[in-house]
Design a protein around this ligand. Structure first.
Ligand code: FAD
Length: 420
């Protein structure tokens, strides 16, 4: 790749084509067009995105961003709105699961979240990036070295690209964060999240269910019906089944009938007969946050900057919030003729994200500790709390606005649905 002095000033390399990195690439290219050269590097770009079996709840604020990026109509075709939500709290053996809290899925006339599969969303973002001229490189970044006003980014294939800024969107185990010497506060939860798509006989009617069980939350999240080639409709939901990590290998290797019985114990039979549509995949759960979100000509994005428990379905939404904030800060700086990798610009990003990420980390960690617990006094207190919230419409509205990402007046423009 040619690396003329003028060109590298406006080149941004993004290492990591997960949903956070792809969203940032698209946002930058849409805002700055030919004034920026966005290079996206990830060996996974050449793999089928549908290999990831997770599905995500995309909050209303992230939906607004996809609308502003011109992608929402296509995502909406594949997405299922969450129309209401039910929360229960019981132990596995309890014959009935009393409902402690219910939420309507709309906040101020807007659906608070939509469910979409990781595969569908990644494929749509990749196509949009390709169409708009993001330079997609299916190889990893091996390292980087800062030389004054540029950073030299070494690719796995041996090539070096000079850029004004390197964005590390390379996931929670970020090698680039480590190479930059940025500290990582980390603790494992001794829990894994088992994810799979489940087909069921009856329509879910857009209802999401979260059962708080002693081993961790078990979430049933509605997916869009699938229309089969013969015209028949398959009803589907995604599950996130938190389990103590020590139990997971034996569970996943157990006889299919035993696994099915364990699933039914948790899922229940309210939607009729159920079956695994995809092979269950387990993700170890942990908390992590970087001591700094920036380094010299380096910005951390998404899980490379923070890792949270999926109890509130907010990890990716935080990463999309990072992408919206960083795209805005870089765009505004470049329009003023500033260097996008300069310390002033990077400091703005650090300041814009620190409070939100810290608050979400504390909230999800606290919720997990409170709910993944079967001590009777703890259960009584939390059930009293849930019952109280259920009877207070103002408080409920507060929580739902928080989950929808609509509470912050100072949110980046993209999250308010405005173009950059
Ligand atoms: C069970 C479970 C359920 C979840 N449910 C939700 C939910 O409902 N809602 C929600 O908001 N969040 C949810 N999350 C969180 C969400 O999955 C993550 O926050 C999100 O996927 C992180 O995206 P990312 O782009 O930051 O990183 P990743 O998806 O980890 O992508 C990182 C990319 O970097 C690439 N890479 C790695 N090293 C290099 C390198 N050296 N050079 C170049 N590329 C590299 C990898 O190939 C990968 O493609 C859930 C998480 C789990 C575990």
């Amino acid at each position: 790749m040619g690396a003329g002095a003028g060109m590298e000033r406006s080149r941004i390399v993004i290492a990591g084509g997960g949903l956070a990195g792809l969203s940032l690439s698209l946002a930058l290219k849409r805002a700055l067009g030919d004034d920026v050269d966005v290079v996206m590097c990830d060996p996974a770009l050449s793999r089928d995105p549908h290999g990831d079996r997770r599905s995500f709840a995309i909050a209303a604020s992230a939906r607004r961003m996809f609308e502003a990026l011109g992608l929402w109509d296509k995502v909406a075709d594949k997405a299922q709105p969450i129309l209401d939500m039910v929360i229960t709290d019981s132990s596995l053996q309890d014959p009935v699961r009393p409902t402690f809290l219910t939420f309507e899925g709309a906040v101020e006339g807007e659906v608070f979240a939509h469910m979409v599969t990781s595969g569908d969303l990644t494929a749509l973002l990749l196509d949009a990036c390709r169409d708009i001229g993001v330079n997609l490189r299916p190889e990893g970044v091996k390292g980087f070295s800062v030389r004054g006003a540029r950073t030299d980014v070494m690719l796995a294939g041996g090539e070096t690209i000079s850029a004004a800024l390197l964005v590390a969107a390379d996931g929670a185990r970020s090698r680039l964060r480590e190479q930059a010497g940025i500290g990582w506060i980390f603790w494992p939860y001794n829990q894994s999240g088992i994810v799979a798509t489940i087909s069921h006989e009856r329509d879910h009617e857009g209802r999401a269910v979260e059962h708080f069980l002693p081993a961790g939350p078990f979430a049933i999240l509605p997916l869009k019906d699938e229309v089969l080639p013969d015209g028949a409709v398959r009803h589907r939901s995604s599950i996130v089944w938190s389990e103590r990590s020590g139990n997971v290998p034996a569970l996943l290797e157990s006889h299919p009938e035993d696994l099915q019985a364990e699933l039914e114990k948790r899922f229940g039979l309210q939607l009729g007969k159920i079956a695994f549509e995809t092979k269950p995949q387990a993700y170890p759960l942990a908390f992590g946050v970087a001591r700094s979100f920036v380094g010299e000509r380096l910005a951390l994005l998404g899980d490379a900057a923070h890792l949270i428990h999926p109890i509130a379905g907010q990890g990716l939404n935080l990463g999309l919030h990072d992408a919206a904030a960083l795209a805005e800060i870089i765009t505004d700086a470049m329009r003023l003729g500033m260097d996008p990798g300069s310390p002033d610009v990077l400091l703005q990003y650090e300041r814009a994200r620190r409070a939100d990420i810290t608050a979400m980390g504390i909230m999800t960690d606290g919720l997990n500790r409170l709910f993944s617990n079967d001590l009777l006094p703890v259960r009584l207190i939390r059930d009293f709390g849930l019952g109280l919230v259920d009877r207070m419409p103002g408080l409920k509205r507060f929580f739902i606005r928080e989950a929808a990402g609509l509470r912050r007046e100072d949110a980046p423009r993209l999250l308010r649905g405005e173009a950059l």
